[in-house]
Write a protein that binds this ligand. Sequence first.
Ligand SMILES: Nc1ncnc2c1ncn2[C@@H]1O[C@H](COP(=O)(O)OP(=O)(O)OP(=O)(O)O)[C@@H](O)[C@H]1O
Ligand SMILES: Nc1ncnc2c1ncn2[C@@H]1O[C@H](COP(=O)(O)OP(=O)(O)OP(=O)(O)O)[C@@H](O)[C@H]1O
Ligand SMILES: [Mg+2]
Ligand SMILES: [Mg+2]
Lengths: 228, 228
Amino acid sequence: IIEVRDIKKVYRVGENRIRALDGLSLEIYPGEFACIVGRSGSGKSTLLNLMAGLEGVTKGEIIIAGKHIEKMNEKELILFRQKNIGFVFQSFNLLSHFTALENVALPLTFRGIPKNVRKKKAMEMLEFVGLASHAKHKPMQMSGGQQQRVGIARALVANPKIVFADEPTGNLDSKTSMDVMNLITDISHQRHTTFVMVTHDQNMAAYADKVVSVLDGKNTDVQYSKTK
Amino acid sequence: IIEVRDIKKVYRVGENRIRALDGLSLEIYPGEFACIVGRSGSGKSTLLNLMAGLEGVTKGEIIIAGKHIEKMNEKELILFRQKNIGFVFQSFNLLSHFTALENVALPLTFRGIPKNVRKKKAMEMLEFVGLASHAKHKPMQMSGGQQQRVGIARALVANPKIVFADEPTGNLDSKTSMDVMNLITDISHQRHTTFVMVTHDQNMAAYADKVVSVLDGKNTDVQYSKTK
Ligand SMILES: Nc1ncnc2c1ncn2[C@@H]1O[C@H](COP(=O)(O)OP(=O)(O)OP(=O)(O)O)[C@@H](O)[C@H]1O
Ligand SMILES: Nc1ncnc2c1ncn2[C@@H]1O[C@H](COP(=O)(O)OP(=O)(O)OP(=O)(O)O)[C@@H](O)[C@H]1O
Ligand SMILES: [Mg+2]
Ligand SMILES: [Mg+2]
């Protein structure tokens, strides 16, 4: 279970204080597929980054499986993420000097998995997202949507307990987007993996069990899927 | 008028040859709003980059207002782009050390426009895309959708004759996306600006006068909007 309690995040730009999150609370249960929607600039990426411990809170608490993320030091956060979390970044964040295969295999490296097993698992994930033919391509040698799919493969390859996915289908065509959503739904239900996804696309949000709307850094509405 | 005649683009990755474009032809008329759709990896960004002279063709011709883009040298291409073209990049391509305002003002710098006029026009464009409050923010201090809107403002600020827009709404919420589409449609019809937009979103493609479908580097279907 993920509990976010009255979270605030304030950024400073020169003299200005930007309140990216201004008192947001929410709960996400194990195996749940939750979706966060909201306007551009409403605080969605900031929320995901705080939950993954990639940024520190200004105020408030984030508790995942009983542990306070906002109290961890950098070493504890890194270890926590390596063991538990996959992340699909809005800006892909692939390593530019690594091939697609090496990017996907990276999370397995941190788990001490042998090289030949890493390579095999990474290749399986690339096949699953339809990119086996691009295994040796570096990020600059791939289209926007292809890079996005490599990011998705990387987030899933180590079977994390929780996956944070920030706009995972923004650069994908409809068919590929639906394939990714079906994959996420399957993994969520079969492996009891928790997904927290940000999207602007209502068609993609419809796949989730729960949809949380964020407005100006506060959550304002939680809806449950009627089809489940 | 833009004429693309039997264009081919082959990339090399190690021993492999990737045929990003394999004999594509199309025509876009002055003041037209054309949309290019297709699967991820089908060659859309490659096509836009070739039309803007940002990459060289392997084979074929691109003729804009009677000039052969594929025959221009680098200096001629730079000058041609500065005078005629705005570009919205799929990956935003903002300058990371510049503020939003400085990024938007940049095309005006190349036109020898005085600094105070540059700043005023750039600010007007930022207001138009709803980002006046972020004028002093650098790209890392903005959300994905905010960066995208800065890219749009930059592409339009110098009133170019032609705008190439690669997935201009991928990171935008529905409301902001419709605002951008209405802006593009207005500019296209009132100022006779030619727009060539890539999108995966059928709702966005519906705004265009003409929709060109690309499949594996070849165009395969051209449809005209029935509402015009
Ligand atoms: N610099 C490059 N080197 C090698 N291959 C490339 C390069 N750029 C693109 N490609 C390949 O060419 C093909 C077309 O790429 P392109 O970026 O034009 O696709 P796209 O239609 O824009 O896709 P998307 O919708 O995912 O953005 C893809 O298979 C891609 O991997
Ligand atoms: N590093 C930062 N420094 C300063 N301001 C920031 C920073 N990161 C984000 N912001 C601001 O905080 C607010 C929330 O940003 P955030 O990236 O969370 O929005 P978002 O909901 O993900 O938007 P989008 O849908 O456009 O991706 C925005 O106004 C943004 O400009
Ligand atoms: Mg975001
Ligand atoms: Mg593209």
